[in-house]
Ligand binder design. Structure first.
Ligand code: NAI
Ligand code: 15L
Length: 269
């Protein structure tokens, strides 16, 4: 596959989309933007719902690849998750198939495996082939997305890198995030690797920086050429002084998905 240049970024108005709009053009990408919400300062962005198949078809026409970030990013009633994340992701894959787009980078989430016990000191890192254990309907939709990606590789030869993102924000804000944080710079490095690696078929990777307190195995991400540069450890003293160390008896601290297991944040719209 020739290196992609024109890339559709869905979810461009969101938190991660905004960070990536700032960082990815430096890698030489020409971004086409798509979101339900207008993208500030971007009059050419497509403002449409993932349920609008015609808009999606037009948006993917002529692009080399898609970074699919759009969707509900927290917990919500099943019917809403069904529409935006399950049907919406299916609509995107169908549009991409019909228009001959060869590569998708899918924003999966750590919440596809959120019920997995988080490793304690001395335990092995969590591998990418650990059984999926979604912690919410939201996590379930990411699990669906990964299976959809596998189906579209097996049946149609469309490639996907499913990135099980940890927490991609400017800084980690909890002790859990010391383990799962992905700096925005490393996020852009990983998306670039996922867009340009050869023969990815359907590859699942974890999306985080090279954190000292890492819970999962970054080998598969590194095999795409990802070379993380950041480590959350610089924030550890401050966060631990504020919140204390994780308590393995507390269910929020005992599972990879953190408080999504017991009391997930709810999508406000
Ligand atoms: P966000 O909630 O800030 O952005 C999501 C964007 O998707 C919003 O701009 C929203 O308008 C758009 N959207 C929602 N439903 C839509 C629909 N039906 N049609 C078109 N657009 C729609 O979320 P964030 O943090 O930017 O995350 C982006 C993606 O990455 C999401 O898929 C999320 O699940 C995933 N992710 C993010 C993580 C993070 O740390 N930021 C961690 C794990 C996964
Ligand atoms: C996610 O999947 C969410 O989209 C994001 O808002 C964070 O909550 C992140 O996981 C996390 O686990 O910190």
């Amino acid at each position: 596959m020739p290196a992609p240049r024109t890339v559709l970024l869905t979810g461009a108005a969101g938190g991660l989309g905004t960070l990536m709009r700032g960082l990815l053009p430096a890698y030489g990408y020409d971004l086409r933007l798509f979101d339900l919400t207008p993208v500030e300062g971007e009059p050419d962005a497509v403002t449409a719902d993932l349920g609008d198949k015609d808009a999606l078809r037009e948006a993917v026409r002529g692009v080399d690849a898609v970074i699919h970030l759009a969707g509900i990013s927290l917990e919500a009633p099943f019917e809403k998750i069904l529409r935006s994340n399950i049907e919406g992701t299916y609509n995107l894959y169908e549009a991409a198939r019909e228009e001959g787009v060869g590569r998708i980078v899918f924003a999966s989430s750590n919440h596809a495996i959120g019920y997995t016990p988080r490793p304690l000191a001395g335990d092995p890192l969590i591998p990418v082939d650990t059984p999926r254990r979604p912690d919410t309907f939201y996590g379930l939709s990411k699990s669906f997305g990964e299976d959809l990606a596998q189906l579209y590789w097996d049946k149609h030869g469309m490639e996907t890198v499913s990135v099980r993102i940890g927490s991609c924000f400017m800084e980690p804000t909890s002790v859990r995030m010391l383990s799962v944080w992905m700096s925005p710079g490393d996020g852009a490095r990983l998306f670039h690797a996922a867009l340009t690696a050869e023969d990815v078929r359907h590859t699942v990777v974890y999306g985080s920086s090279d954190n000292t307190r890492l819970w999962w195995d970054l080998t598969t991400a590194r095999s795409l050429g990802y070379d993380p540069q950041d480590d959350s450890e610089q924030y550890a003293d401050k966060l631990i002084a504020e919140h204390g160390e994780l308590d393995p008896e507390n269910p929020d601290h005992a599972h990879l998905g953190g408080h999504f297991v017991t009391n997930p944040p709810i999508w406000p719209y």
